[in-house]
Design a binder for this molecule. Structure first.
Ligand code: FMN
Ligand code: SF4
Length: 485
């Protein structure tokens, strides 16, 4: 399949050219024509999430670093990353990174684990972030810090980065094949799920003791929480009906509320999905959807149209948000798809990660899709505080778009992922009226995704001197060279 032609944003001279490009391509993304600093900036406005006040609209999205100790505690790399998250000026820290609730649910052998033995270290991680935040903005007032709790389910690799040890909830006709999961591979039993549920509860209690303001019960990106939402074909208490597929969430939330009423609960979820994509056989290696022959109606997705699973269907995501509202959850973070099976949906990029494929669309279309769906959901749930995702591809135009989406109510807060690894203070520079550092802007090279796929720590190898000059950078270079041969 020929690669779609599109203009790389680095080739657009200024915001006027960017706005013109959006119009020409008929891509609907609101965009201001100038940056606003100081108190008048939409980014500087505070917002209330229940009884919590958040001092501005900037959110540090969770990002794992693959750099914890084998027993799940942070290392100096982790401390450095959290320090940079704090210095970003974001007043809402969404979990820092996914922290596993138990060893066998780690996505990699270096993922952090939340339990009694890591509590003090995770508390120190939080304190490091707060100290850096105070140094950057002068005060930690209205700073809200959460921890993202996870079990990696189908994507568990707790003991070796190159050995998958999946914990699956049902057999998926495409993902099982891709992961070489045989037909007789056991699915987690209801009893095993109840034990995991208990681990989420215990981990939340430890997070509260370590001083975190909230926990996110992660439901995105193909991990266990997300797979629960699509367990249409599973029998028993946790599969089939919407009620059963959300039982895990309801029970975790109820247990946490009962034991720790002051700990807030948040949920990040993949609000829509599409089928898994793979490379086509051409030299272009363009992304194409896997075949769904014989699989329609498609019963293995959440937020997808069962008759045409390339299209989103928001009816269940809307029910899910109604449920969150009923459960007293006020903070919601909207993401999409999975970095494993459809990265162009989840984190639009100019350059694919090593296990990805060339973008099957202008990555701006991917950014616009997440924005549009976030807007639709926000309109239906004005009382929820909604965080939007996937803005980093916008590069130097990100702040212009961020101002516009907040002013026009497309989202309440703008979440920064990759941009934070490359240029943590981008939006703070805007609020403080400092010129943008173009050289630091994330260009979506995807090295922060490629490195961990090879067992190396994640970080911004092209732009962050700490990684650029490391011995891991040489290993990454060799690995990429070998792939292109
Ligand atoms: C290296 C890396 C690690 C990530 N780790 C997590 C994670 O632990 N939890 C999570 O919910 N999302 C994770 N994400 C997804 C980001 O939070 C974000 O949704 C995604 O990168 C798209 O936003 P962006 O365009 O600002 O990068 C990760 C992304 C990257 C690049
Ligand atoms: S490696 Fe750096 S430039 Fe590349 S996507 Fe990650 S943060 Fe952006």
């Amino acid at each position: 399949m020929p690669r779609p032609s599109y203009t790389h944003l680095g080739g657009l001279r200024d915001v006027e050219s960017f706005r013109r490009y959006l119009t020409e391509q008929r891509i609907e993304i609101p965009c201001d024509d100038k940056l606003i600093s100081g108190e008048a900036s939409p980014l500087a406005q505070s917002i209330h999430a229940g009884s919590n006040k958040v001092g501005n609209r900037i959110v540090a999205q969770p990002m794992e670093g693959w750099d914890g100790t084998p027993d799940g505690r942070p290392t100096e790399f982790t401390f450095r990353r959290w320090e940079r998250f704090g210095a970003s000026g974001a007043k809402l820290i969404w979990g820092g990174e996914a922290v596993a609730v138990r060893h066998d649910g780690r996505a990699n052998p270096n993922q952090l684990v939340m339990n009694q033995h890591s509590q003090a270290d995770l508390g120190r991680l939080r304190e490091t972030l707060v100290a850096a935040h105070k140094r950057a903005v002068g005060s930690d007032a209205d700073l809200l810090i959460g921890l993202q709790l996870t079990h990696s389910g189908r994507y568990s690799r707790p003991n070796a980065h190159d050995r998958q040890e999946p914990k699956i909830l049902y057999h998926h006709p495409i993902l099982d094949r891709r992961l070489n999961i045989p037909a007789d591979y056991p699915v987690l039993t209801d009893q095993e799920l109840r034990e995991i549920l208990d681990d989420f509860h215990k981990a939340a209690m430890v997070a509260a003791q370590a001083g975190f303001d909230f926990v996110d019960i992660k439901h995105c990106h193909g991990y266990l929480g997300h797979e629960l939402l699509s367990a249409h074909t599973r029998d028993g208490e946790f599969g089939g009906s919407f009620e059963n597929r959300t039982r895990f969430l309801r029970e975790v939330v109820t247990a946490i509320h009962a034991a720790s009423p002051t700990l807030s609960i948040a949920v990040r979820f993949s609000a829509f999905d599409t089928i898994p994509f793979c490379k086509d056989s051409s030299a272009e290696q363009s992304g194409v959807p896997e075949s769904t022959d014989g699989l329609i109606p498609f019963r293995w997705g959440f937020g997808v149209n069962a008759d045409n699973p390339l299209e989103p269907d928001l009816s269940e995501p809307i029910k899910f948000l109604s449920l969150l509202r009923e459960l007293g959850v006020r903070l919601v973070n909207i993401s999409a798809g999975s970095p494993y099976y459809n990265p162009h949906i989840q984190r639009p990029a100019s350059y694919p990660p090593s296990d990805g494929y060339s973008a099957p669309e202008d990555p701006l279309a991917g950014v616009a899709r997440q924005m549009k769906i976030t807007r639709e959901l926000k309109q239906q749930f004005p009382e929820l505080v909604v965080v939007g995702s996937a803005y980093s591809y916008l590069q130097e135009f990100l702040p212009y778009v961020a101002q516009a989406v907040i002013r026009e109510g497309w989202t309440d807060c703008v979440g920064l992922g990759r941009m934070l690894l490359a240029y943590p203070s981008l939006l703070l520079d805007v609020i403080d009226g400092r010129p943008l550092q173009r050289k630091s802007v994330c260009r979506t090279f995807s090295d922060c995704t490629t490195a961990p796929r090879a067992g190396l720590p994640s970080g911004c190898y092209p732009l962050d001197a700490h990684y650029k000059n490391s011995k891991d950078a040489d290993r990454l270079k060799k690995l990429k060279a070998a792939k292109t041969k």
